[in-house]
Ligand binder design. Structure first.
Ligand code: SAH
Length: 393
């Protein structure tokens, strides 16, 4: 252990204590004596919202604009170490590095599907894995990200739901999926706002975002923030299985991203069977929350409807759906079920999917058929992860 030379920083004098080359403490030199400043475990800066970082930096005596500068380095320029931040004085970088780290999610593997869908499997610090799926379309590249390891909603048709719930993701584990995918896509090029390729973000991967409310809201602030990843709130969508109190809370919170609701049935009887959440928040309560949701001008709620053959894909279902959604600014995404081996459900024939769409359109609803993409790489919610877990056994 040695005491490095004194540093003058921000008109204070500091002594830096170093053990095995690692800065472990700063002593602030005060007229009254030494003030022991820092030995706490390091905090991952990416786990902090801008305001939280501002508050911590203020304690260190850093200038107020430093938080925004750090966010810009991390999210706009992809910095992975404080050393890269050359417009911050070296002493201050050392101070920051003694207090914070910039750990990233580990990209364990990625796979490209023949239809262009790319799947990413991330490894977390505790060994859990989560995944993101990049879906290229003509005019956009949508990244589908996860909000939890596993999921407690237990929807019967969903692979993630079948595996149970492990834990919530931290805000940085959510937002970092975007950063790492962007870096991967930038390849050899320098990561910068100009080289960014993802245009849209959907929280439709593993997990129920509204069951991890605080961390998801924090991640959304980073994803839509300036400084931050700077996505327009119009291009970010949160999808929920229908947690009514949290939908209301989201409405009150002022978070302006798009809302998608996985409706998936038109009667409580069927919805109870395929989505246990319906027993707590039946269709009527869910749609009442949607009706009262404070939408931004020219926005609509997206209703997702997974079509399961013989379960929810009849003409009567389509007609009931048109009645249920009356008075709600809605658009409908029809998702023909993406089967997994041994599943009890079937994908409807294409003609049944088309007929369902037609009925909705005849009643003046916008209804799109959203194919589950990347079938050859198991890109439906949770499938790559399940394959890895099985292979490991
Ligand atoms: N928990 C959130 C987000 C994750 S699921 C929610 O329920 O919305 C994202 C979407 O994928 C949901 O609309 C869900 O109904 C759909 N989904 C899940 N498994 C599917 C499968 N095997 N085939 C087609 N869509 C599926």
């Amino acid at each position: 252990m040695y005491i490095d030379r004194t540093h003058t920083y921000n008109e204070c004098r500091f002594l830096l204590v170093v053990i095995f080359g690692q800065p472990i403490a700063f002593l602030r030199i005060r007229a009254a004596g030494w003030e022991y400043l820092l030995t706490a475990p390091k905090i991952n800066i990416k786990s902090l919202a801008l305001d939280e970082l501002k508050a911590l930096l203020a304690e260190l005596g850093c200038k107020p604009f430093r938080a925004g500068q750090l966010f810009a380095w991390i999210y706009s320029r992809g910095a992975q170490s404080f050393d890269e931040m050359t417009d911050i004085a070296k002493t201050e970088r050392t101070l920051l590095a003694s207090r914070f780290d910039l750990a990233s999610l580990g990209l364990r593997r990625q796979e490209l599907s023949s239809d262009g869908t790319r799947k990413f499997l991330f490894e977390l610090e505790d060994g859990h894995t989560v995944e993101s799926v990049l879906i290229p379309e003509e005019d956009r590249q949508t990244l589908c990200i996860s909000s939890q390891v596993g999921c407690a909603q237990a929807c019967r048709f969903c692979i993630t739901g079948g595996g149970g719930f492990q834990r919530n993701l931290k805000a940085y584990e959510i937002a970092d999926q975007v950063v790492i995918v962007e870096k991967f896509l930038a390849g050899g090029r320098k990561y910068s706002p100009e080289t960014r390729s993802v245009t849209n973000i959907v929280l439709m991967g593993m997990g129920e975002p509204l069951a991890n409310f605080d961390e998801v809201v924090k991640a959304l602030a980073i994803i839509t923030g300036e400084p931050g990843l700077g996505f327009s709130t119009r291009r970010v969508t949160l999808s929920t299985a229908g947690l009514v109190p949290e939908i209301e809370k989201l409405g009150r919170s002022g978070v302006k991203v798009n809302l998608a609701v996985s409706l998936n049935a038109t009667t409580d009887e069927v919805r109870d069977r395929i989505m246990p959440v319906n027993k707590r928040y039946p269709i009527k309560a869910l749609l009442a929350a949607c009706r009262h949701y404070p939408l931004e001008p020219r926005r609509r709620i997206t209703f997702e409807y997974v079509l399961l053959h013989g379960m929810n894909d009849s003409t009567e279902d389509a007609l009931r759906l048109t009645k249920l959604l009356r008075g709600i600014k809605a658009k409908i995404n029809l998702i023909p079920y993406n089967p997994s081996p041994g599943s009890e459900f079937k994908r409807p024939p294409d003609a049944a999917v088309k007929r369902f769409q037609q009925i909705l359109q005849e009643h003046d609803y916008t209804a799109l058929i959203r194919e589950s993409r990347g079938r050859d790489i198991s890109a439906a919610c949770g499938q790559l992860r399940e394959r890895e877990t099985k292979a490991e056994k």
